[in-house]
Design a protein around this ligand. Structure first.
Ligand SMILES: *[C@@H]1O[C@H](CO)[C@@H](O)[C@H](O)[C@H]1NC(C)=O
Ligand SMILES: *[C@@H]1O[C@H](CO)[C@@H](O)[C@H](O)[C@H]1NC(C)=O
Length: 374
């Protein structure tokens, strides 16, 4: 099934990156084993016996525990955010993350946030140390990322929501409960299949929108949809609400998870708010196949599933009269939790991990604009 293959590749991705060899607590075992091996070898040499030496065994390869220094060139959008501890939160060792530009000369990598260099922050002017990597970080879609062409051949690694990034971290993903190796993050949400009496929710359909623009496909879609059913609109372009979007949406059967622009892998927190709130997302963004890399096929309703907006509206209304069909969109939930990476600490820690792994290698991002827009 397409879903499980693609979906599990997310999971595998995360597990491999976070726990490259084994559970972090077990790491301490290996140095101890190494010591025992060496002692055994010494003892056997003393006895003039031949001891087995396996040069490929893990205990012979020293783990790279050296410090990786990551310089954040500017806080994204000029908004300061605190650096969390990579070891404590993500089991990634040896990361020194700083925003002190005096560390430039010794930094293993410099993270540059795209929007900031477009709006006036200059790139580092000093000569780039030979081994230093510049990381291009961007979480906006191509539509809202002007000037990509200006930066061809300048960066060494990419850090974005898009698959194929050197440091790849989407806005969110599912982790199956069967996966025991990962430590749940504090912010992970365990999903639950609703009990039959919880299936029908008091309200029909919500949409939270801050940037209302007539040029957005989502506004065109909304205007058609609201002719056929009631949509409660919140946010800067609708009713004010207080608190968390997830709490707001818990009363709703469906949620409009409409992206501001339609691009490969550009699937944002809107989807994950809906999933965590237990509202079935109606999505407008990249293709259905693209969403199926993140979710089971029945977990969302794609606007492309219907020939007309009217048919989509009829389907939503019909579902409320057919609890069995409603359940078919929700029964997958029992086996998963969501993980939404924390902006921006998790991104910096992942960068640290990849910078360590690619040390000594040369990387140049040559086709930034073409790749990111494709
Ligand atoms: C809102 O949308 C318009 C049109 O796409 C865009 O130019 C603008 O940058 C967006 N504003 C924000 C705050 O994202
Ligand atoms: C980083 O990119 C620059 C510019 O293309 C290149 O000259 C340099 O060799 C690269 N460095 C590394 C360590 O990849």
């Amino acid at each position: 099934m397409g879903f499980s293959i693609h979906h599990c590749s997310w999971v595998r991705y995360r597990v491999r990156r976070t726990f490259p060899c084994f559970h972090p607590r077990q790491r301490y075992i290996f140095p101890s084993l190494a010591v025992l091996c060496v002692m055994g070898f010494v003892a056997m040499s003393l006895l003039d016996m031949e001891g087995p030496i396996d040069l490929n065994s893990r205990s012979q390869i020293p783990e790279d525990n050296s410090v990786v220094t990551i310089l954040l060139w500017s806080h994204p959008f000029g908004r300061y955010s605190k650096f969390g501890d990579c070891l404590e939160h993500y089991q990634i060792r040896g990361c020194r993350i700083t925003d002190d530009r005096r560390a430039y000369g010794e930094a293993d990598a410099v993270i540059v946030h795209h929007r900031d260099i477009i709006t006036g922050t200059a790139l580092p002017q000093e000569l780039r140390p030979a081994a230093q990597k510049w990381i291009w970080m961007n979480y906006e879609s191509p539509t809202h990322s002007p000037g990509l062409e200006l930066f061809e051949g300048i960066f060494n690694l990419t850090l974005t929501y898009r698959r194929g990034s050197d440091i790849f971290l989407p806005y969110g993903f599912l982790i199956p409960n069967t996966l025991r190796s990962g430590i749940p993050y504090n912010s992970d949400q365990y999903l639950r299949t609703p009990a039959p009496h919880e299936l029908i929710r008091p309200r029909l359909l919500a949409w939270v929108v801050s940037n209302w623009s007539e040029s957005h496909a989502r506004v065109v879609f909304y205007k058609q949809l609201q002719r056929f059913l009631r949509v409660d609109v919140y946010g800067r372009a609708g009713q004010a609400f207080f608190g968390d979007v997830v709490d707001l949406v818990r009363d709703y059967q469906f949620y409009l998870a409409l992206e501001n622009s339609q691009h490969t892998d550009y699937i944002t927190e809107k989807l994950w708010s809906s999933i965590e709130a237990g509202a079935i997302p109606v999505v407008l963004g990249p293709s259905r196949e693209n969403y199926e890399r993140l979710l089971p096929p029945e977990a969302f309703i794609h606007v492309d599933d219907f020939a007309t907006v009217r048919e989509l509206a009829q389907y939503l209304l019909m579902l409320r009269r057919r609890p069995d069909l409603l359940m078919s969109h929700l029964s997958w939930r029992g086996g998963y939790r969501t993980h939404r990476p924390t902006f921006w600490t998790e991104h910096y820690c992942k960068a640290c991990e990849v910078v360590r792994r690619t040390r000594g290698r040369t990387n140049v991002v040559k086709d930034l604009a073409h790749w990111f827009k494709s």
